[in-house]
Design a protein around this ligand. Structure first.
Ligand code: M6P
Ligand code: ZN
Length: 192
């Protein structure tokens, strides 16, 4: 006769509030980017210098269940970009290529409205609208930056491989070849 054991059914390690994307659980990492952390990304240096550099541009929450750089794991994150502009350029993330160019990522819109700016290795840019329910597949070799074009916080989720890594240097050195600016109250994508 086989012996039957009762196993416990545990609570999940993490929970997500789908109204805003906020995550809770053990070792959820929090990161805040202020204007002073982003001196290179905005075009209008004069407008930048006149702003309070302590102003928060975006917050990131992330779960790293395995060590960064290890193959086979997944990371999960959420970013909230505050509404705002430097000159007529909207608040945005630093943006990055993946260090391991063979690693893709999903983004999805949760709250607010924005734009996902994408750029390939030939520096060709294109963009997709972000809104609650939008879903974006970002190929491994594609640089990605998110931009808040609304008057309220933009929240989006992300899931990416644990060995993707971030290559920020290329963007710091050469930027994206397109910038999203407000013209007469509407977003306009200006390309080099
Ligand atoms: C998403 C993911 C993260 C990234 C964050 C902010 O949550 O892509 O890996 O760190 O956005 O973007 P960035 O690192 O470009 O500032
Ligand atoms: Zn990424």
């Amino acid at each position: 006769m086989s012996k039957i054991k009762n196993l416990p059914i545990e609570n999940p390690k993490y929970t997500v509030d789908y109204s805003n994307g906020n995550m809770q659980g053990k070792s959820v990492i929090e990161l805040t980017k202020r204007l002073k952390d982003l001196p290179e990304i905005f075009e209008n240096k004069q407008a930048f210098d006149q702003m309070d550099t302590e102003k928060i541009v975006y917050h990131v929450q992330a779960i790293f269940p395995v060590e960064e750089g290890r193959e086979g794991g997944l990371f999960y994150g959420k970013t909230i970009i505050e509404p705002g502009k430097v000159g007529n350029e909207y608040f945005m993330t630093k943006g990055h290529f993946h260090k391991n160019a063979n690693r893709a990522e999903f983004y999805w819109g949760i709250l607010g409205e924005g734009v996902l700016l994408l750029m390939n290795e030939k520096r060709e840019c294109w963009a997709e609208k972000i809104f609650p329910g939008s879903l974006h597949y970002i190929g491994g070799t594609i640089a990605h930056r998110t931009i808040n074009t609304g008057n309220t916080p933009l929240s989006f989720g992300a899931c990416w491989p644990s060995d993707a890594g971030h290559n920020y240097q290329e963007i710091i050195n050469n930027g994206f070849s397109a910038r999203l600016k407000e013209l007469d109250g509407n977003p306009l994508l200006e390309s080099e």
